[in-house]
Design a protein around this ligand. Sequence first.
Ligand SMILES: Cc1cc2nc3c(=O)[nH]c(=O)nc-3n(C[C@H](O)[C@H](O)[C@H](O)COP(=O)(O)O)c2cc1C
Length: 316
Amino acid sequence: MIKNLSFSEPIYVLAPLAGFTDLPFRSVVKKFGADLTVSEMLSSNALAHGSTKTLHMLEKSPIEDPYSVQIAASEVDMAKRAVEVLNEQNAIDIIDLNCGCPVPKVVGHGSGSSLLLDLPLMGDIIKTIKDTSNKSLTSVKIRLGFNEKNHIDIAKVVEDNGADFLAVHGRTRAGKFKSEVDYDAIKEIKESVSIPVIANGDIDSYEKAQWVLEHTRCDGVMIGRGAVGNPWIFHQLKNSTKDISNDIKHAIIMEHFDKMIEFYGSHGVPMFRKHTHTYSKGYRGASKLRDEVNHIADVKEYREVLDNFFKNAELA
Ligand SMILES: Cc1cc2nc3c(=O)[nH]c(=O)nc-3n(C[C@H](O)[C@H](O)[C@H](O)COP(=O)(O)O)c2cc1C
């Protein structure tokens, strides 16, 4: 195992969310207590071809320790080439294989959850990553099946091919992001493999996280949508508290904005609009703020409007 990730007690993981969990967001979440952060999904093809945009997406914040990079792959050779590119980057501790993405474009390419339809291929790709990687750990993120559940078979293939741990989103591909999460199935996976298992799906509070950990006996929980607009959930988890002062929220929102500008330049302004929308939900004057920021392109002006709003924010 690696520094800061011993699995001796349950860990709290930020789920990869394409379009959300970029470096600025991850660094904010990390500061609030996430034990592990994972990059957005990167295509093996783009990595192997050295796409500049993809290499930019690989960058991590210095506080992300350990740091996991997630790849999507549909073939052994391409996965190997992608891992060779990642081997040149020292800052990565874990390579994670995406076996859960349900999006038609990804499934159509034979990667993401479509690997669940071809377990021998999935196993070969995992083994190739493990054998090629110079990183400390290899992990896999799965769903319970494609159309039907075959979660135990999937988990055993993951384990047998050398993965060091796995994360389970407790739905099938057919269940998309809406069907009820099957925590019993996650528990069955935990009981049938000996590598650490992280539970994922609809965990959005301290109470829910504790319940899932107790029910499944998993080695950690992974939180995605529950952290969007709410990065302090990791503080609540770590400190078993619901209390977050307005001052802390304000400081974090400003830090998130500043990190966006640092990472994306002035393009960070339009990109921060969606975050402004989620952060302001439930506050007095939120819709006026949303209208206002939709028309601001200047970094300084946006920052000032944001600062003024959240400094004195009152719940509606
Ligand atoms: C907008 C969005 C983007 C996502 N991107 C990824 C991704 O890049 N890689 C991945 O493994 N899962 C991705 N997921 C799935 C999440 O990591 C997670 O498994 C799922 O949302 C269930 O967890 P939650 O209820 O805590 O959000 C994405 C989900 C959403 C909603």
